[in-house]
Design a protein around this ligand. Structure first.
Ligand code: HEM
Length: 152
């Protein structure tokens, strides 16, 4: 099925984009935050957001749209729930960077220099999120190969 392949391809490409973007966001936040430095942060942050939308959109379609092993397989798979738990953690961790970076974008747009004292904290959060993405990949690849199914 073409759609199955397209969903799988987008899901995996989002991994490449998202992991690179969140790492780049962390690195950019540890560099000087003048106007070009801030633009590098926003660029990486935008791609991180795009990757998240692609992951969640294609992931939900694959899990519950009947394109892969069917909803029942995933809902009874421990590694699927581990993967969802890690995703939830990434999303909770993202709340503060999201609010802060939106504020910075608005301030820069108005020609004001944002107060960037939270940069080091958001950089650390970004690196933790990169590690969580790696753990999600370990859970996903095991789940796809039949691990995590409860013994009957
Ligand atoms: C709501 C969010 C998500 C859902 C519902 C979801 C669901 C799925 C499903 C159903 C598959 C196919 C597994 C199979 O072949 O049986 C899959 C594969 C995969 N997912 Fe996700 N996913 C989500 C987010 C993510 C994220 C954020 C990552 C980032 C690490 C990710 C990484 C992967 C990888 C690497 C595979 C490929 C596994 C393989 O074929 O070896 N997923 N996902």
């Amino acid at each position: 099925m073409l759609i199955r392949w397209v969903l799988a391809a987008i899901h995996l490409l989002a991994l490449g984009v998202g992991l690179g973007a969140v790492w780049a966001r962390g690195r950019a936040l540890r560099n000087p935050l003048d106007a070009p430095g801030l633009r590098r942060v926003f660029y990486a942050d935008t791609w991180w957001g795009i990757a998240a939308m692609l992951w969640i959109g294609t992931g939900l379609a694959r899990a519950f749209g009947g394109f892969e092993k069917g909803s029942a397989y995933y809902l009874h798979n421990h590694l699927f729930w581990a993967k969802m738990g890690l995703l939830a953690l990434i999303l909770v961790l993202e709340l503060s960077p999201m609010v802060t970076l939106i504020r910075w974008r608005v301030q820069l747009g108005r020609g004001q220099q944002p107060d960037t004292h939270a940069a080091a904290r958001i950089a650390s959060i970004s690196f933790v999120q990169a590690v969580l993405v790696v753990l999600m990949t370990l859970a996903a690849t095991a789940m796809a190969r039949g691990y995590g199914v409860p013994r009957t």
